[in-house]
Design a protein around this ligand. Structure first.
Ligand code: FES
Ligand code: FES
Length: 166
């Protein structure tokens, strides 16, 4: 059995036909070709699959596509900055070494972006708390926290540069 599913993905309407058991990550990476979202554990433990649903970070491996029907989804591809360049968070991760192998980075950056939309000047503790569900095997997290703090300072100085916030 296939069922219709309508989503707003990175600002664009999409209409799909999905299996009831298809997860949100399946339709993002499959028919929609948005392979920036990564699948690590597949059971809600690593955060690699984090996307925004209605502006809130969710593990897209734990959300059925039909549960997201009618919702607004923002993936890492939707966080581009003005002119299609890197968003402030992406740029800060590049500059501060918040990215090494890169597998955790899309989910980490989406989660950090959501934090900065809700809490523009977070403390280090707030950053660590917001990213507690996003695991990184490479960086030791210090560079990631520094990256988010740099992005926060830049977004506070130029709020319009924050990109699409889903
Ligand atoms: S792949 Fe979804 S939380 Fe790990
Ligand atoms: S950069 Fe490799 S898992 Fe985070």
């Amino acid at each position: 059995m296939m069922v219709p599913c309508r989503l707003q993905v990175n600002g664009a309407p999409v209409e799909l036909v999905v299996r009831p058991a298809d997860r949100l990550i399946d339709v993002l990476r499959g028919p929609l070709g948005l392979t920036g979202t990564k699948e690590g554990c597949g059971n809600g433990e690593c955060g690699a699959c984090t996307v925004l649903l209605g502006g809130r970070p969710v593990n897209s491996c734990l959300v059925l596509a039909i549960e997201a029907d009618g919702g607004e989804v923002t993936t890492i591809e939707g966080l581009a900055g003005p002119g299609g360049g890197l968003s402030p968070v992406q740029q800060a991760f590049v500059e501060r070494g918040g990215i090494q192998c890169g597998f955790c980075s899309p989910g980490m950056i989406v989660a950090a972006h959501a934090l900065l939309c809700a809490t523009p000047a977070p403390s280090e503790a707030q950053i660590r708390e917001a990213l507690v569900g996003n695991l990184c095997r490479c960086t030791g997290y210090a560079q990631i926290v520094e990256s988010v703090m740099l992005a926060a300072r830049r977004m506070a100085a130029a709020p319009a540069a924050g990109g699409h916030d889903g």
